[in-house]
Design a protein around this ligand. Sequence first.
Ligand code: BTN
Length: 331
Amino acid sequence: MSRSDSALDTAILTALRQAREGSVSGADLAQRLQVTRAAIWARIEALRQLGFDIEASPHHGYRLLSAPDKLYGDDLKSRLGQTRVVGREIRVFQETNSTNDLADRLARDGVEEGLVVFAEKQNRGRGRMGRTWASPAGLGLWFSVVLRPRLPLQSATQLTIAAATATRRAIHRVTGLEPDIKWPNDLLLDGRKTAGILTEMGAELDKIKYLIIGIGVNVNLASTDFPPELRRIATSLRQELGRPIPRPELAAQLLRELDEDYARVTAGQFEAVAEEWSRHCRTLGQRVTIIHGERRIEGRAEALDHDGALLLRNARGGLERIIGGDVMLDY
Ligand code: BTN
């Protein structure tokens, strides 16, 4: 598909969604988008082939009745509209090993920040601490965002915290559910993991060259879609809500909220993000055990530090700073 077809599809879907009467005529679309009516008709047919249910009536024109539960870059762009950074460009792959690896390659090749890469399926989805991340086809949101913040290295944790806050808000806005946050970046429903974030970066001296924020959300998985060993500790939005969630709608909301929180952090407003994070964090105030390499640290999680590190009151009464990265937290 040529670039202009892609831009046209985004524009047609946007116009259909914004149509005040619910429908928009072919002539109107052709005039607005500066193409022929035949070109509009051809793209409407192509969209129908992709699963968009578009009604055509001689009196009223085209009306979007429903969209498929599939991820298409043009559809996501149309839902998202204009953002500051996140989602400026969206690419969707049917299958890849890990969207973080793909995004990392693109970042090394110099892509602009804001690029988002989704995959319908990951063959080697990665979690933190070298774990694997189950990413079956068509059931979740598995994606990575390339960012190039002008921030010192130690601020990377701020962006992980921001990603967790944004993901929580998006899930809440679309489903009404209230996920808990477990430091630094797990989202839990009913004590079971629903979403996770894997932040990786390319650095140069003490500066972030690029940051890859990889997010996995278990959207429509049934219990049997998880590997047996995860069934007791993981859950999906569908399992918690009792009905499937339209993934494209949630995907667009996630990008909107990520764009919002990225703007907050880069504008020096991490405090506001941290405050929101703390309100939903189950870790704060709890006794926790942190396993950091060979080290085991026990204490009470007290607060977030200015850079997103966790402040832990240890048994001797001292305050320890726990930084993101290879830190595991159990409670
Ligand atoms: C964790 O909680 O351990 C982090 C899980 C992160 C999973 C996402 S899915 C999209 C991106 N690609 C990956 O390989 N991992 C992240």
